[in-house]
Design a protein around this ligand. Structure first.
Ligand code: MLT
Length: 387
């Protein structure tokens, strides 16, 4: 029996995926798997029995990935599962920024007692006028699942779309409209585009990328959309540029004391993926990833370990080893089995950054001696008996 704990509410349709081999626990310390959305896990202590964390969403900046990697805890996310929800909000954000729709709606509410409101509206409406999206240039930084969907939708709205992503995956390239202009220097986006939207993960290398220097290269009156993470922009620099008119509007899905209520900022309460469909998709994907890992040791869509899949184990036993991505590890594993006179029937080893994962099937049962010998090898973080 596996136990799972939900740190945040997770859509029921996802939890319904769990079979009778699973039980929910309210005690996080007895969980084999944790499901999480936005709860911040950086200060948490993790129990020895924890095997996996699955984030129902894309961003993982609320999870201590390295700490968990060194404990041999796999962290999953659900790339693409909420991409359509976020894409639709990006399109809405562009429309809200292009015309003062919110200002107009507020004006109507404020004037609701005016019997002559229709006449007054005709007089006032020029205050809320704006521009159209058609024929404007949209620059997309980051062409993952969300960026590609935004690019294709914007093409349908008649925009001229520029895309920048030095790590463009083959999948993304297949899905991207051929009319999107592929840019190899992000400056081209800064210099040419009327709208710029960011769809990259928050990393040390991307933190504060929209700063004074980048803004200086942009067109006057540019509209910036940030539905990825607030720290991707230096928002103090953004506010300065809003004051000077360099930036016309800043659309963000991450309210904080810097931008909330500031002129020129259209701030939403992190609702990009808050649709029934996105929440369901993320929950189902997160639960399925966690189940395949807990039951079979297979890893799909992890952010701290590589993808690795040996299907369902048909052999007597399966061992999973989490280790550093350094020389000689596989030789040491096979030598350990050789010394014990044990036959390895199948093995897959994959690496991701500084971490690696090796799955080994055996035609004999695992023993505590085997596990302790493997665990003692320098560079091994954890050895898990899967079957
Ligand atoms: C994501 O990271 O998937 C989105 O920001 C939505 C969310 O945090 O749930």
């Amino acid at each position: 029996m596996f136990r799972y704990h939900c740190l945040n509410p997770i859509a029921q349709v996802g939890l319904d995926e769990f079979t009778d081999r699973y039980a929910k626990t309210d005690n996080v310390n007895e969980a084999d798997g944790i499901l999480v959305r936005s709860a911040v896990m950086h200060d948490m202590e993790f129990a020895e029995n924890l095997l996996a964390v699955a984030r129902a969403g894309a961003g993982v900046n609320n999870i201590p990935l390295d700490v968990l990697a060194k404990k041999g805890v796999v962290v999953f996310n659900t790339p693409g599962a909420n991409a359509n929800g976020v894409k639709e909000l990006v399109i809405a954000g562009m429309l809200l920024a292009a015309r003062d729709i919110v200002g107009g709606i507020n004006w109507v509410a404020e004037n609701k007692e005016n019997a002559d409101i229709a006449k007054a509206a005709e007089k006032e409406k020029k205050k809320f006028a704006g521009t159209e999206l058609q024929n404007k240039k949209l620059g997309i930084i980051g062409l993952g699942a969300i960026g590609v969907k935004v690019a294709n939708a914007a093409k349908h709205l008649g925009m001229e779309v520029y895309g920048y992503d030095p790590y463009l995956s083959v999948d993304a390239a297949w899905n991207l409209s051929r009319d999107v202009k592929h840019v190899i220097n992000v400056d081209e986006i800064y210099e040419k585009c009327d709208f710029i939207t960011i769809h990259v993960p928050l990393l040390d290398s991307t933190k504060g990328m929209i700063n004074q220097e980048a803004i200086a290269k942009m067109k006057d009156g540019v509209i910036i959309l940030n539905l990825a993470r607030d720290l991707l922009a230096n928002e103090a620099d953004v506010l300065e540029a809003l004051k000077s008119g360099k930036i016309r509007k800043y659309v963000t899905d991450f309210p904080n004391p810097t931008t909330a209520g500031q002129p020129g900022c259209i701030v939403m309460p992190h609702i990009g993926a808050s649709t029934e469909e996105s929440e369901d998709n993320c929950a189902v994907m997160a639960v399925k990833e966690m189940m395949d890992y807990l039951e079979n040791g297979n890893i799909r869509n992890s952010v701290n370990f590589p993808n690795c899949d040996m299907g369902i184990c048909n052999q007597v036993s399966r061992i999973a080893i989490f280790h550093a991505n350094i020389a000689n590890m596989i030789t040491k594993f096979t030598a350990t089995f050789g010394d014990l006179g044990i036959n390895v029937t199948d093995m897959v080893s994959k690496s991701k950054g500084e971490n690696a994962y090796t799955m080994i099937d055996l035609d004999t049962a695992t023993t505590p001696d085997m596990i302790s010998k493997l665990t003692a090898i320098e560079g091994v973080y954890r050895v898990r008996k899967v079957k």
